[in-house]
Design a protein around this ligand. Sequence first.
Ligand code: SAM
Length: 275
Amino acid sequence: MKGKLYLVATPIGNLEDITIRAIRILKEVDLIAAEDTRHTLKLLNYLEIKKPLISYYKQTEKNKSEILIDKLLNGTNIALVSDAGTPGISDPGAEIVKKCIEKDITVIPIPGACALINALICSGLNTDEFLFVGFLPVNQTEKKNKLEELKKECRTLIFYEAPHKLINSLKKMLEIFGNRNVVLAREITKIHEEYYRTDLKTCLEKIIEPKGEYVILIEGNKNREKENLILNELSLEAHYEYYLNKGYNKKEIIKKIASDREKNKNEIYQYFIKK
Ligand code: SAM
């Protein structure tokens, strides 16, 4: 019989944030694949669990996946853990899950801590709809392009960021998004846990030396909603004219109108063909 792969969420700070089921699974599996075996060993010692460990990190994900798949096919039950939080979320995991699906190996989530979700629920920002971006690209041009792409997004934006890149990212966000509301969720579940709810300008004036782990949450674009409301009250011809004056071609305009009005592209296209 094939083994099973368990994706086990571990604490993001406070070691008590691990479920009873996660502890049982870590005790029951034959092998634990860990992003950093030394880091995981500390958690296992705290939980008084002794298990063979194998390293599984981003740079070796492809190669190590093959090894783990062989073991799973031979009946080994494996728990995959990252250094903190949920595996596969800005952490290794996705590669082996794809391979397990290909080989018809059962993948089971063991839910638990995840920084983005806990940052969001404490942020005070809209939680109905959100977009998790994760880490921004390191390359400054790619970073700028990514933020430009997100400028019109109405949903709450969630980013992970390293402390030494925090100021640079906030500056770029101010430059591209304008002075939006921001929440910095810092050191969630740890001693220095705090939620700084302000706007980007004030945030940049106040933060001098970022320390610890941060999740950045940016309020979605409110102007886009307003802009859309106005545009959608226009006739389709006036809506078309609006984008024509902005220099878009016919194909782009139809796509934009369809997106503004949440209609099918073809429907808009047919309207203009019949005119
Ligand atoms: N897999 C993890 C999860 O489920 O949240 C995320 C791992 S990612 C490599 C690490 C990033 O998550 C950090 O740079 C930070 O942005 C965020 N993070 C992790 N733990 C955090 C915490 N306790 N407080 C604030 N942010 C945290």
